[in-house]
Unconditional design. Structure first.
Length: 152
């Protein structure tokens, strides 16, 4: 069963995501954060109905351990508001990453991108999270969400 995260911890988690991706904190207005198992953090809109007996409330947006790791859902839903740490890839590369390519070697890194968690985007749409270290992006797309694609 998930439980609401105390206000102070919720603020720290949201500040970490806002700082990393250059998002305005008001993007999260109206959301309540819940703590699930294994450090998973879920966002649930305060006006959404409560579901009696539900084990998990909301949408998985991050996992908290040593750092705050953004979830694929977070990148896909809030990605259009990101102003930094986004790398745009070609349609061909997006298909390869979604199909299961584990790493991507970058020739150049945009100025507003630093080592750490990044969003990968194609045609203006963020589609997954990656981990950038020294010009190499490691896919953070869960294996359960990888698919062979014919088109995007």
């Amino acid at each position: 069963m998930s439980k609401a995260i105390d206000q102070e911890r919720a603020i720290l988690i949201l500040e970490a995501l806002c700082e990393r991706f250059g998002i305005a904190p008001d993007e999260f207005a109206g959301f309540v954060l819940y703590q699930g198992s294994k450090g998973k953090v879920y966002a649930h809109h305060e006006l959404a109905p409560e579901l009696p007996g539900a084990a998990i409330v909301g949408l998985h947006i991050a996992t908290v351990a040593k750092t705050v790791k953004p979830a694929t859902n977070f990148v896909q839903i809030f990605g259009e508001t990101f102003t930094r740490n986004v790398i745009t890839v070609s349609t061909k590369t997006a298909k390869e990453l979604i199909s299961g390519m584990e790493t991507l070697l970058l020739d150049t890194i945009p100025e507003n991108v630093t080592n750490g968690y990044i969003a990968l985007a194609c045609d203006g749409q963020s589609f997954m999270c990656g981990l950038l270290k020294d010009g190499v992006v490691r896919s953070m797309l869960p294996k359960s969400r990888r698919r062979a694609l014919e088109f995007i």
